[in-house]
Design a protein around this ligand. Structure first.
Ligand code: WTA
Length: 656
């Protein structure tokens, strides 16, 4: 952890109470009701979750133990048998929802597709049978590297249906990043597409898969299943590569959901931490199903005729939990959009809202800041009157961006749910309930029922109201991660040891700084570890440093986040070159390109600053907080007494 103290400079006093109109039809419709449910859950979390598991989900067999907590390992609903796709699809087929739209999809070029629950069922069963035909068995890890097309969701569900854990890798990641993740999970098969559309160009996904697998570099992968999307010419490797549309003709649509143990692995999803290697966050079946189901139901307050749109990519946890599993488990209509605002259509987001009459819209602060910059005329020239609820996730939202969202998009009538959570937490943890919680711009407000959170110092003592500290969760919850794939020690070290257990009571350390105000509202201030948040994407500074150092010209590198108007943070890299090479713009460009090919375009430094030395402590640790201050162009006023050589700072400043 980098910062000894956490200070908050934000004071925001505006309060917005849910409108009577909204509250009237909401499931949880007053603060009193929230508090009553919260108190009940806090008094006996196990009884609270067990009751919901019983009434909200279908189980093949009931559990024998609600929660088995052997810190830091937890089991929820042990002994229970369940399949999340049964809850997401099959159970709706017995009701009128059979013919309700499960997925509405809009492609970037303007093509579109709607899948009813019955159609989704058929596609998922066929896809699952195709996987079986390629030799996939329960427990085999399957890589998914897909554009935002319905088959991405279908592929995830097909894996879950037969008990093969999926490992989705965001389509913006490079071949190298894909290969590392496939190898870490020993993936047996990769599902991909020829390409996807992104800002009027084709992202050649299959080509990246070929690169990742070249020279037998991912030896566990036996087959590649390819969906046709962009239809450019493609090299298919005989025996290894298979077209989905060919297999589809040969397989039946009969594939019953495999009864899984509640604690069987549902998926692995990689995220950045404070070391160079991404962590494979492991989620299991029953608890995750319940947690995403309940949070979707109460936070988005989905009603049966709603069109719900979460703009995330399925490559991130938000896509997993709030495009696919949570909404479908609730029998909702979930919209998927392939495109992004682009010069040829900067207002495309609002076109989609208008076209489908979207009622609930969930996006990220970085997107909102980009919308603000593009101008009010874009949303103002579309019909947004269908919207009734807005949400945000991914990073702290600036109060002014919140107010803009409320005014220009929500027309001052839509509640905003600012939802704090993480890949690790599986679902939303701190959030308003839209019909109940008065909101304050910039605050994620109060914990979800069943979640017991606190702000503590490094000894684990709660800090006073309005004082900064570390955000922790003090009681296990059903959606929490179970381990780091293949590395239980890292799981313990990363989340359970920074704050030492007191009297044998372990707390989950989130890695975020926060404060709690006099009303008990949480204000999340951002990461306290070496993770930066670029446009809502978590990037480990160490990962980017490793990528830079892997370039032959680089001797040493230090990466920090720099405040950015749109992206929240951008990447600044301080680089020491090998030998006495010239500090040229071309080399800086090459290094940026190198990072893109090692990790992905999202990790590209926006600034490279060449230097001869880095500020270090006497024990040789790079003092990143000083580099952060320098990158932001601010004066260094904090303590520099541990710095080994003060003259380095002057040189760095001169070079700026
Ligand atoms: C940040 C995304 C403030 C936080 C679901 C967290 C937020 C990290 C919020 C997780 C929010 C997410 N307010 N900060 N509403 N939501 N964060 O794993 O730093 O991609 O630790 O999960 O994003 O990012 P991840």
């Amino acid at each position: 952890m980098s910062e000894p103290t956490i200070e908050s400079i934000l004071t925001e006093n505006r309060v917005f109470t849910p409108s009577a109109d909204f509250a009237q039809n909401a499931r949880i419709n007053s603060l009193d009701k929230y508090q009553e449910i919260y108190a009940k859950a806090q008094a006996d979390p196990q009884a609270f979750w067990a009751e919901l598991a019983e009434t909200e989900l279908d189980w093949f067999e009931k559990w024998h133990t609600v929660m088995d907590w052997q810190p830091p390992n937890v089991k929820w609903f042990a002994g229970g048998k369940i399949n999340i796709t049964y809850n997401c699809i099959d159970r709706h087929l017995k009701t009128w929802r059979r013919n309700k739209a499960a997925l509405i999809w809009e492609g970037e070029p303007g093509d579109s597709r709607t899948l009813t629950y019955a159609q989704l069922h058929r596609e998922v069963c066929q896809f699952a049978n195709a996987l079986k035909r390629l030799g996939v068995k329960k427990g085999d890890v399957i890589g998914i590297y897909m554009p935002m097309i319905p088959e991405a969701a279908i592929a995830m569900l097909a894996c879950a249906r037969i008990g093969a854990p999926h490992s989705v890798v965001f389509g913006g990641f490079s071949a190298e990043a894909l290969r590392d993740r496939l190898n870490d999970g020993s993936a047996k098969l990769v599902i991909t597409a020829d390409g996807g559309w992104r800002k009027d160009a084709i992202v050649p996904l299959k080509e990246q898969v070929d690169k990742a697998l070249a020279d037998n570099a991912a030896p566990t992968v036996e087959n590649v299943l390819v969906v046709k999307r962009t239809a450019q010419n493609l090299k298919m490797e005989p025996g290894r590569d298979h077209w989905w549309h060919d297999l589809q003709k040969e397989v039946s649509a009969d594939c019953p959901a495999e009864p899984m143990d509640s604690e069987d692995v549902l998926f692995i999803l990689y995220t950045s931490g404070s070391t160079g290697k991404p962590k494979g966050v492991v989620h299991t079946t029953g608890g995750y199903n319940l947690y995403t189901h309940m949070t979707t139901k109460w936070i988005f307050d989905l009603q049966d005729n709603d069109v719900y749109w979460c703009t995330a990519d399925v490559g991130w946890i938000t896509g997993h939990s709030y495009i696919v599993y949570g909404p479908l488990s609730n029998g909702a209509t979930s919209l998927m959009y392939e495109g992004a605002p682009r010069p040829s259509n900067p207002g495309c987001i609002w076109d989609v809202v208008e076209k489908y009459g979207v009622n609930i819209f969930y996006t990220a602060p970085t997107a909102i800041r980009a919308f603000i910059k593009m101008g009010d005329h874009l949303p103002n020239s579309r019909d947004l009157s269908s919207l009734r609820l807005l949400g945000t996730v991914g990073e702290p939202i600036n109060p002014e961006a919140w107010i803009w969202y409320h005014r220009v998009i929500g027309k001052q009538k839509c509640p905003i749910v600012d939802t704090w959570w993480q890949t690790e937490t599986g679902g939303i943890m701190i959030t308003p309930l839209p019909g109940a919680t008065p909101t304050k711009p910039g605050s994620a407000t109060l914990p979800f029922p069943g979640i017991i959170a606190d702000v503590v110092d490094l000894e684990g003592n709660s800090v006073k109201d309005n004082q900064g500290g570390y955000l922790v969760v003090t009681h296990p919850w059903p959606g929490m991660m179970r381990t780091v794939y293949g590395d239980p020690d890292r799981f313990r070290r990363s989340y359970w040891e920074h704050i030492p257990p007191k009297d044998g009571k372990y707390v989950y350390f989130a890695g975020d700084g926060a404060r709690r105000d006099q009303d008990g509202y949480f204000w999340v201030m951002g990461r306290v570890d070496d993770v930066i948040n670029v446009a809502g994407h978590r990037l480990g500074t160490m990962e980017i440093e490793s990528a830079l150092v892997s370039h032959p010209a680089v001797a040493e590198a230090a990466v920090v986040g720099k405040p950015d108007e749109i992206k929240g943070e951008s990447v600044t890299a301080f680089v020491i070159l090998e030998g006495d090479q010239a500090h040229t713009d071309t080399l800086a460009d090459n290094l940026r390109q190198h990072v893109a090919s090692e990790i992905g375009a999202i990790a590209k430094p926006s600034e490279i600053r060449f230097t001869d030395a880095l500020p270090k402590t006497r024990s040789g640790k790079i003092m990143r907080r000083l580099l952060r201050t320098l990158a932001a162009g601010e004066e260094i006023t904090s303590d520099t007494s541990t710095l080994e050589d003060r003259s380095i700072l002057d040189k760095l400043r001169e070079g700026a």
